[in-house]
Design a protein. Structure first.
Length: 276
């Protein structure tokens, strides 16, 4: 069945890799209330869509996302508290709740401008690859607000506080290479290689056991807020839970292929899976 078509976003498939693209290029993919509602619906659908095994969050045109739409999200809801609350809640649901709990690997493919509120979905994706000449910025200070929603929290979670303070208080833009140094993205590549490198990472993820990948990414996020004692207890329970959920029984298969069959070296890469 064909995917639903939307006004502000689009779903494009490359086999098991699904590109979910903000599609308001004329407005540099700024996020309007309507875009938030569409993204929330699409993310909920794709989370359980069997054909989607890796999700790429992309931007149409020259921008990845120019943050919240100053006109449609801020100005036009300033006298409409119901709409402001509804769009704010929806915005957090897809950019953070649904993205950080997405059961399959997620990659932010940052082709161009990434401003303000867009940092939330940037930090929510498991991986981020940027064009070297992409432009990032905490522009809030330039027009009179602080990095709100959860952006200030995202910054100090992902970057060293020294960098977070500097870029949030100066609003100074920076490029993809600097974003790597700051810990915001994994790689910066020439723009013409961005899609190819994103596909390579997606294909690498497809070779791994999906249950183990899912439980691992959940664990990495969860332990950040825990004490060592709680993390140890949680990880023990999480491993037991993974063992029950993993249809491939990856740990037994992996051990057998290494110790008995001597067919691979886990230190150097994954074993060849039956599927994928
Ligand atoms: N909100 C509303 N409209 C926007 C936004 C935005 N965040 N970003 C761009 N647009 C619109 C412009 O108003 C313009 O619309 P128009 O053609 O109807 O006049 C169109 O997109 C193109 O924008 P330009 O500024 O002409 O494009 P340019 O390529 O020269 O610059 C840039 C792009 C740098 C992204 C610039 O538009 C900009 O600074 N945008 C604001 C970025 C920002 O500060 N975002 C808010 C962060 S704070 C937050 O998200 C909470």
């Amino acid at each position: 069945m064909a995917d639903k078509t939307y006004e502000n976003i689009k779903i494009v498939r490359e086999g098991p890799i699904t590109f979910l693209t903000l599609n308001r290029p004329g407005k540099r993919n700024a996020m309007s209330p309507a875009l938030h509602y569409e993204m929330e619906e699409a993310m909920l659908f794709l989370a359980t869509d069997k054909a989607t095994r890796v999700l790429v969050l992309a931007g149409e045109g020259e921008a990845w996302c120019a943050g919240q739409d100053l006109k449609l999200y801020f100005r036009e809801t300033s006298n409409n508290p119901e709409e402001r609350r509804r769009s704010n809640a929806s915005s957090h649901r897809w950019r953070w709740d649904l993205m950080t709990t997405f059961p399959k690997p997620t990659i932010a493919m940052v082709n161009g401008y990434c401003f303000g509120a867009a940092f939330t979905q940037l930090c929510a994706c498991d991986f981020a690859i940027a064009a070297e000449d992409a432009t990032f910025g905490l522009s809030e200070v330039n027009w009179g607000i602080l990095p709100g929603g959860i952006v200030s929290w995202n910054l100090t979670d992902m970057m060293l506080p020294r960098h977070a303070l500097y870029y949030a208080t100066t609003g100074e833009p920076f490029d993809g290479k600097r974003a790597v140094e700051l810990g915001l993205v994994n790689f910066a590549v020439p723009k013409e290689k961005l899609r190819e490198e994103t596909m390579k990472l997606a294909e690498k993820m497809l070779k791994l056991n999906p249950s183990v990948v899912r439980y691992t990414k959940e664990a990495i996020r969860a332990v950040r807020g825990m004490t060592q004692e709680k993390a140890r207890d949680y990880l023990g329970a999480k491993q037991d839970s993974l063992h029950r959920a993993d249809k491939e029984i990856g740990d037994k298969v992996g051990m057998k292929k290494f110790l008995d069959d001597k067919s691979y070296r886990p230190g150097l890469g994954p074993y060849q899976r039956e599927e994928g």
